[in-house]
Design a protein around this ligand. Structure first.
Ligand code: 13P
Ligand code: SF4
Length: 347
């Protein structure tokens, strides 16, 4: 598509949005490209967007430029008569798909048989509504990358063990961050094998995010050789050996805060999704901002939402047509909501 077509499409999106006025509220995650973010009413990380969806009481339509689990979260947190739309129904999250409700039920039976019932299940928001509902029903809650340390600490006030799913790296890195020793962290699929002598405090699922596991210790070594003054900051979905060798680790919100506040001339290598790295590069032209692996790592699912999809969704609404509505089944919505609300109360 040429620049002229891009501009024409952007104008059409703007017109449809103006026509809809206060009928529509558009949210966008930081991993969306600038061609989308230029049209949103609010941009944020997953925690921020969940809070904004919960606070939006007026717009009947919420268009979510992100991935399915984020749109589901918005649907769970908004009122029954508000409609959430995902401009491309194929924008999923392979990490979220790595934990199914059935597998969780099976694992829970094995875990409670081995460790007793003093376990709090914690679902990363990057999970299905079914997994969130399981946690809500079993005294657990959700967390995002920015609320995870607080949520873990809160869970340990009343429980001996945490089951965290689906991201093994985030679970391990956050457990280490709050002082849990490596030998007290075990992967769920190895429970029953004699991996550690003591009962684990944190049991992590075996999922991972392909966008963040591309970053390696070799990238860190090479970056430090080429840029001795560099500060390396990575997302907690990166592998533990990368997190251990980085200068700083934190959520999307933490990465943004650190880079935006840094002095002119700072050099950064960032281990997270490329659209966020590119956005920081645009916002901080007086700093050198690199992707930790040199070329950048893209979330294909986030990239599925195109300006053309956004236009079709908005144009449909101007004609009274609802396309790609995201609707969490009513039987799991209340318990999934309970898990999310417990997190939001701590945030
Ligand atoms: P945040 O919780 O930092 O927004 O991250 C969302 C995500 O999908 C990370 O891969
Ligand atoms: Fe899922 Fe990873 Fe994409 Fe985040 S970056 S939406 S965890 S695949």
């Amino acid at each position: 598509m040429g620049q002229h077509d891009h501009n024409e499409l952007a104008t059409k999106i703007q017109k449809a949005k103006e026509q809809l006025g206060s009928q529509v509220y558009i949210l966008g995650h930081h991993y969306q490209p600038k061609e989308i973010l230029t049209h949103v009413d609010a941009v944020g990380d997953s925690l921020d967007l969940a809070q904004r969806a919960q606070a939006e009481k007026n717009a009947p339509y919420i268009v979510f430029c992100g991935v399915r689990f984020m749109a589901e979260t918005a649907d769970i947190l908004t009122s029954d008569d508000q409609v959430v739309l995902l401009p491309n129904s194929n924008a999923g999250c392979p990490l979220a798909d790595m934990a199914t409700g059935d597998a969780l039920n099976d694992a829970w039976k094995r875990l409670t048989a081995a460790l007793g019932h003093d376990i709090t299940p914690i679902a990363y928001v990057n999970s299905s509504a079914e997994v969130k509902a399981f946690c809500g029903e079993h005294g657990g809650l959700t967390c995002t990358s920015s609320s995870a340390p607080t949520v873990f600490q809160h869970a340990f006030e009343s429980s001996e063990h945490i089951l965290f799913l689906p991201d093994q790296n985030l679970g391990y890195n956050v457990a280490r961050q709050i002082g849990i020793p490596p030998e007290a962290i075990q992967r769920q699929d190895t429970i029953g094998e004699h991996v550690s002598s003591a009962a684990p405090r944190v049991i992590v699922w075996n999922g991972h995010c392909y966008v963040h596991t591309v970053f390696t210790t070799e990238h860190i070594k090479q970056t430090r050789e080429e840029h001795p003054e560099v500060k390396i900051i990575v997302h907690p979905e990166c592998p533990p050996e990368v997190v251990e060798r980085a200068d700083d680790v934190g959520s999307t919100a933490h990465i943004r805060t650190q880079v935006l506040a840094a002095p002119t001339g700072s050099v950064w290598a960032i281990g997270t999704e490329i659209n966020l790295v590119d956005a920081l590069r645009r916002q901080c032209p007086d700093q050198t901002i690199l992707s930790l692996n040199g070329t950048g790592s893209a979330c294909e699912d986030m990239h599925r939402i195109t300006p053309s999809d956004l236009h079709s969704t908005l144009a449909g609404l101007t004609q009274g047509q609802v396309m790609n509505q995201v609707q969490v089944p009513p039987d799991i919505r209340p318990t999934a909501r309970k898990a999310l609300e417990r997190m939001l109360l701590l945030s």
